[in-house]
Design a protein around this ligand. Sequence first.
Ligand SMILES: Nc1ncnc2c1ncn2[C@@H]1O[C@H](COP(=O)(O)OP(=O)(O)OP(=O)(O)O)[C@@H](O)[C@H]1O
Length: 638
Amino acid sequence: MPIKKMMLCGAKEEDGVPLQQPSANLDLQFHDISLSIRPWKFRQPKKTILHGINGRFKAGELTAIMGPSGAGKSSLLNVISGFRSRGVTGTLLVNGHPRNERIFQKMSCFIAQEDALQPMLTVTETMMVAASLKLPSHVTPQEKQTTVSEILASLGLTKAKDTQTTKLSGGQQKRLSIALELINNPPVFFLDEPTSGLDNVAAKQCLSVLKMLASQGRTIVCTIHQPSALLLSFFDSMYVVAQGICIYQGSTRALIPFLKSVGIHCPTHYNPSDYILEMSEDKSIVQAMSENIMNGHHSWTNNGIEEVSEMSTKDILLPEVEVPSIQADANSESGSSEPCITDGLSMLGYRKFQRKRFGVASSGWMQFCILLKRMILQIFRNRIALRLQLIHHVFCGFFIGCIFFNQANDGSKMFNHMKFCIGVVLFHGYTWIMVPVLCFPYEVKLLRREHFNKWYSLVPYYSAMTVSKIPTQVFFSMIFITMVYFMSGLPMDLTRFASFAIVGILVSIASEGLGLAIASAADVTTGSVAAPAIIAPFLGLAVYGFDFANQISWLMNAIMKMSFLRCGVVALVLVVFGFDRKHLNCDEIYCHYKDPQVILRMLDIQNVSLLSPIIALFGLLVLFRTICFIGLRWRLAT
Ligand SMILES: Nc1ncnc2c1ncn2[C@@H]1O[C@H](COP(=O)(O)OP(=O)(O)OP(=O)(O)O)[C@@H](O)[C@H]1O
């Protein structure tokens, strides 16, 4: 590994393994930051959450953003980390230079409050996937393994290395979230409430890890709710927000002198961080404190007051980030996020630079392969889900097979044939729309975190997700299709059976695509309500007008083609009665529908090629999946 290691000063090294130094020390400054939220209700005024606040988060320090509930702590963290950019105005600087969002995101990581971890994988497997995605491809598997082991050892996770992530304790999960981001050794960490839900011991362990990382030169900023005096002692500095403005910034030890300066005397034996939060309920005191600290323009140190904008950055080691040839344009009016090359460094050189410095590790194809492997492993390890799916398909196949048992050759009951085709299509439609609606929102949470932290880009993820689901989907659909096909007594004809299977599978993939499109933009509750409501019109169009098909207007016909269920039903009817099917059996005196051509004529599809509903089905499938992709892009951008 190119990055040299150092022994930590005063840091806790549970297994005696030192961590690597960060590749750069970054000092973050922000000026006149405001955040406004556009209301979702028409004509409501904009809500301003942050009011022109200023401040600085220093490299080598563990900084706590504190404040009463609803003060704007998470909003501030989201803005400074770049997790939120909509509705934000103001200036963000890195070591005194306007920052480039793309570069900055590669050098920082964001760990959310309810940080989701990949299920069905052990700690080591999770770390190895992250290492494969985040470390450059020239790093050998052994080196990756060594890096992973060192990080796990440093964060006290060695004993849990073979435990599945979902079975870790809350504290271990937090430390694993940190360990995952440490793989590419970013110099900046943002954490939203890293101690929430942890007991005192676990919170202490978590903060000691953060303190250790900060002591190596990283900039570590986290929001925190009323820390105890012990937990507060881990922090080097505090940034206190109330009502969207800064009411204190500076050293934790300078808090009491600061309070004195605004005429507030913190009682002895009172935790000063609790006291400032109590005081922040009073508007006039908030105003007085904010004026004293100049809304973050000033900072209190152990030696007195410093002006943030005049702070020197020369003491910060910054060769890698303060690159003279690359000028950040994140704040440019053009809004373009492409870097502006100003000093003779070509775009190619810039990309190489980025790749080298910040580990834009794997190519799109590599990302696809790694993610596909991970997803397939997770699918096959989820035994309960697999068993449930199997039972569901076998049970429904058997049930529908029994209802239509040996009726496929009965020429006297035309409606049975229609019900059979509709039943098969409906089964696929409803089964596969609900699976993503219930499961995908959790995956989107994981995607947001990993994508934001630059593990991979959306196209490889989306491709891997699509491909990974196909084997199980085809397998389960085939079980159902085989059962109903043979139990219903359809002719033993390979072409007909293969076409029957293809239509069933296409309907299931299209339906899953619709489910994914819904789940990409909605949470589980909304999706569970929306999915059946959205599929209902498709169903209506699927069964509309079978008994008066000749009289349906061209407009209605065109609308009906939009229903993927209709396309599926038409295709199945063509499969069942097409392919030169012989006359059906007739046990009565006269069977009007004995000749399969009569049924096709009645449905007005006697001249329709099987290919056309299949192509329409395929087109709708692609449309749904494109909507899902756009939905995901939108989710990742907001
Ligand atoms: N998307 C949003 N739409 C409307 N209001 C929002 C939105 N996000 C945040 N807010 C509001 O902004 C204010 C600050 O929210 P924020 O989550 O930053 O507070 P916080 O200090 O982190 O609170 P807590 O400690 O309770 O998590 C709150 O009043 C919240 O209701």
